[in-house]
Design a protein around this ligand. Sequence first.
Ligand code: PEP
Length: 259
Amino acid sequence: SPQRVPLLAGNWKMNLDHLQATHLVQKLDWTLRDAKHDHAAVEVAVLPPFTDLRSVQTLVDGDRLAIKYGAQDLSKHQSGAYTGEVSGAFLAKLGCTYVTVGHSERREYHGETDETVNAKVAAAYANDLVPIFCVGEGLEIRQAGTHVEHVLDQVRAGLEGLPADKAASIVIAYEPVWAIGTGEVATPADAQEVCGAIRTLLAELYSGDLADRVRILYGGSVKSGNVAAIMEQADVDGALVGGASIDPVEFAAICRYRD
Ligand code: PEP
């Protein structure tokens, strides 16, 4: 859709220290510049570990890079006695545009429930950060054939109580857990089935107009060789890229999926 600017977001996970982060962002920027990348037409974002964000901010501001950045998580609390947590206010102060919320690795290894995810979506908006709200089914649910229902339940729970003026800017990432880091990519039709169902649900929960504006990403073993077919799907507006995003040349090629 012409009204939805595609977004390619690189989730570095727990990879690259702040010096490596600077190198990667520079190399990504040079590679995209060489290709005359139009950032207004296809948006590019990186999601480094917290400890890299200050360095990324310095580079992006200093060299006026068009690459956007954000964090991989935030606290549901604003401030206080929460040792080890990071407030959305601190991320906003570092110039973050985005923050990933409810990534399957957070749900699986850090006990994040739909309620936690809902509170973190609200915390992101409280600090003017755009959540990249992640949903997706595990292998058993996929095999049982209840993946669409499962994902729509996660979307309903994550958006609970979120007013339309906020929901209008959310990014939703459909990431089937069985495709994350496994090399097993969903077929374009699998991605479309769920992304289309999410958009229909947004129209029911809010309005058709809002549903037409929200960007829905696919994530799970996206690479330069498979991204174009996924991006051709009507309801897929971008990709959340893990493993392939820590190689700047490969990630740039993913961002250049139209070439
Ligand atoms: C992710 O972590 O969001 C992801 C999609 O990982 P990968 O691309 O490595 O499957």
